[in-house]
Design a protein. Sequence first.
Length: 193
Amino acid sequence: MLTYLSIIVTAIFVNNIVFAQFLGICPFMGVSKKLSSAVGMGAAVTAVMALATCVTWLLQYSVLVPAGLEFMQTIVFILVIAALVQMLEIVIKKIAPALYAALGVFLPLITTNCAVLGVAILVTQKGFDLGQSLTYAVATAIGFTLALTLFAGIREQLELVNVPRPMKGVPIALLCAGLLAMAFMGFSGIKIG
């Protein structure tokens, strides 16, 4: 049980996929202008990341490794992620058309979100079993959603304050993202010696 708890805490706070590993920056910057879009993207990424990790883990250890095709890992994983995103896009378009419109081009871009592919590859590199892999994927997606929603809240507040003209828009957003990353790095502690 402690292993699962440490996986969860580490994935969400210590090695946050956005603030510590700097993966998933494209949707982080693109979908974080409104809190509702950020939450929707976080939910979509969570679903894709959990499903993709389970499917890719099963493919890795039941097909690729036994057949000696580990070198095909990245290509197979990308194909699995692309198929899952297409299915998710169809479901969101049918169930929540407003969210589908709000996410716009960023929903199909989940396919190229390096965070999703990164997690699928990381669980195999870390040697996690299926349960640990799923836990890591969901915790990482929660960390991604946390980063996205925190940043969206900050960006919404920045629209209400008087920011100097040269810093409006992207410059102040990048400065705030850097400060958030530094704050999250504090969770990793100080290493001496």
